[in-house]
Ligand binder design. Structure first.
Ligand SMILES: [Mg+2]
Length: 143
């Protein structure tokens, strides 16, 4: 079984392809999107996606704009921002807006893998807590 279900969003096709291949080798289920709009559409279609790795600098809809929509529409999905040195401020802004973490490009594969694992675990715990709370609520209603 896959360790985590990832969506990689980046406007650079060679980067997207290389990273997708590398992540797949680490037993991550990885899909990818070239931009924010495509990413949102994939999230709407696939509720198994747990972690989004999101480029900050993209034409049309940038990373921050995409992050805001993801937080709003898919609050349980964790987001890791991918930033170049020139856009670190945006990555930090992303953290304030609820991103799980950020990475500087070119990113170290081990670092990315461990952050994705952490993010996926956080999402799982969060989901478990919600289920627990729902069960409690059902039990309390019976009393
Ligand atoms: Mg870019």
């Amino acid at each position: 079984m896959a360790i985590a279900n990832i969506l990689l969003v980046d406007d650079e096709t060679p980067f997207r392809e290389t990273m997708t291949r590398r992540l797949a080798k680490r037993e991550f289920t990885t899909s990818s999107a070239p931009g924010g709009r495509e990413a949102i559409r994939l999230l709407e279609e696939n509720d198994h996606i747990e972690v989004v790795v999101l480029d900050v600098k993209m034409p049309e809809m940038d990373g921050l704009e995409t992050l805001k929509i993801i937080r709003q529409k898919f609050p349980l999905v964790e987001v890791i921002m991918l930033s170049g040195h020139a856009t670190i401020e945006s990555a930090i802004e992303g953290m304030k807006l609820g991103a799980f973490d950020y990475l500087i490009k070119p990113c170290d594969m081990e670092e990315l893998v461990s952050k994705v694992r952490e993010a996926a675990q956080k999402k799982k715990r969060h989901k478990e807590k919600i289920i627990e709370a729902q069960l409690k609520e059902i039990t309390m209603r019976r009393i």
